[in-house]
Ligand binder design. Structure first.
Ligand code: NAP
Length: 433
């Protein structure tokens, strides 16, 4: 049976000790956690414990629906042979009310123990020493790849003529670049010291009203991100990997990202890839290879609109990936339908791309598709591809039949479904594999 477990289950047994003292054994839970073997291989039991953070605002609505849909997909795909033991983990407003902290240590410990988790959107708290719970989670677990698959669902109104040409997977570096948070206000002591240092040591003149941010891009972090994108392309028989960068201007950060990207492709994937310039000389000879190419960011924004079908897997730095993923999602109807996974070498947290949409909180009106598709990515991550397919096929069918929530219904002028009703329509369309 699938179940939602909010607290650790326990039982107690009585036993007579030799001094006739009562000995009580507690088994704090009967959960079955995913394990890691050989440092990198996930061993997933048939009833793994998966952590979930409900999130703030619309988080509880979309999470409840998502858990019901995932449980039904597992039943459709595997009957009773596989299920998930859901483990609620506190974060955000609810955690603050209960524990006095937005992200208590126990929650971090539980996320670590679960290895794989799902997360609703969280409000960014103000004045707690860090800017975002999401950024904190990504950095704490070194979830260095933000993976965002974006494709078209027939039936969804889109701003472009051929949205069906969009089928891209973005690998966005998640841990460095200007998101590292190394920055100082223009009038801080740090900014003043740094300006003086740059002036005296390097002859760089910055005026006194200049704030300073640092953009670190390292070989190790760039390489592991591009390696993940290439491995994905190989495992999923994708056609190309495009390195997106602004290296014409920022040569030693963005430009270095591109250079290191080509290096990892040529050093570690030589037999599987071809560089674009070689491919264009002889397309027939290299038709089975993954084409590795690069594009400058500003050009890439127009390329995804004008030559959409030529782009497949994309590997890019943090800020580029942030902008580009929302822009590409807009081509197929917006971020409400875009899933995301934050994935490291082992740990992974799958989350809705959108925020808490506070005006819809508790009204059962939000579109749960982003979290549903993120949960589907999560099932693929743990190797349960059949259930993932059942879910995605049923969601696709709902959009085809225009069974949609208010965000889409209002664009096409039809009656909307509530968040929970959409979930039920998805479940009705599930076909066992
Ligand atoms: P938002 O929560 O994404 O909402 C902006 C608008 O997008 C909503 O008013 C609504 O548009 C639409 N929308 C978003 N999700 C929707 C859904 N599932 N169904 C239907 N419509 C949806 O962005 P925000 O207002 O800028 O941010 C609110 C809070 O969320 C902030 O505290 C922010 O820090 C946080 N946030 C968290 C995450 C995360 O946890 N990963 C990500 C982004 C933002 P209409 O008004 O047009 O209906």
């Amino acid at each position: 049976m699938n179940s939602i477990s909010n607290s650790a289950c326990y039982y107690a047994t009585k036993q007579e000790g030799k001094d006739n003292h009562l000995v009580i054994h507690f088994m704090y839970d009967r959960m079955t956690y995913i394990e890691v073997k050989d440092g990198s291989r996930l061993v997933v039991p048939d009833n793994p414990t998966i952590g979930y953070i409900e999130g703030d605002g619309i988080g509880p609505d979309i999470t409840k629906t998502t858990i019901q849909v995932v449980n039904s997909a597992l039943e459709a795909a595997y009957n009773d042979s596989r299920s998930i033991e859901w483990k609620k983990i506190l974060a955000g407003d609810e955690a603050m009310e209960t524990t006095g902290k937005h992200l208590p240590q126990e929650s971090l410990d539980e996320l670590k123990r679960c290895i794989v988790s799902m997360k609703g959107p969280l409000t960014t708290p103000i004045g707690e020493g860090f800017r975002s719970l999401n950024v904190t989670l990504r950095q704490y677990f070194d979830l260095y790849a933000n993976i965002r698959p974006i494709k078209y669902f027939p039936g969804v109104p889109c701003p472009v003529v051929h949205p069906e040409n969009v089928n891209m997977v973005i690998f966005r570096e998640n841990t460095e670049d200007v998101y590292s948070g190394i920055e100082w206000r223009y009038d801080s002591e740090e900014a003043k010291k740094l300006r003086n240092y740059l002036n005296t040591e390097f002859g760089v003149k910055l005026t006194d009203d200049t704030g300073i941010g640092i953009k670190p891009i390292s070989r190790f972090r760039s390489t592991r991100l591009v390696r993940k994108a290439l491995n994905f392309a190989v495992d999923n028989s994708r056609k190309s990997v495009t390195l997106v960068h602004k290296g014409n201007i920022m040569k030693y950060t963005e430009g270095a990202f591109k250079d290191w990207g080509y290096q990892v492709a040529e050093n570690e994937f030589k037999s599987k890839i071809v560089r674009e310039e070689d491919y264009l000389k002889n397309k027939e000879e290299f038709k089975d290879k993954i084409v590795v190419k690069d594009r400058i960011t500003d050009n890439m924004f127009q390329q995804v609109l004008t030559r959409t079908g030529e782009y497949d897997v994309i590997a890019t730095t943090n800020l580029n990936g942030d902008y580009l993923s929302d822009a590409i999602a807009a081509q197929v109807g917006g971020i409400g339908l875009a899933p995301g996974g934050n994935v490291g070498d082992i740990h992974a947290i799958f989350e809705a791309v959108h925020g808490t949409a506070p005006k819809y909180a508790g009204l059962d009106l939000a579109n749960p598709t982003s979290l549903l598709l993120s949960a589907s990515m999560m099932l693929t991550y743990i190797g349960w591809k059949e259930a993932s397919k059942v879910m995605e096929d049923a969601i696709t069918q709902c959009y085809k039949e225009k069974k949609v929530t208010q965000d889409i219904a209002r664009l096409i002028g039809i009656k909307e479904l509530k968040c929970s009703e959409f979930g039920q329509e998805v479940i009705k369309r599930m076909v066992s594999s």
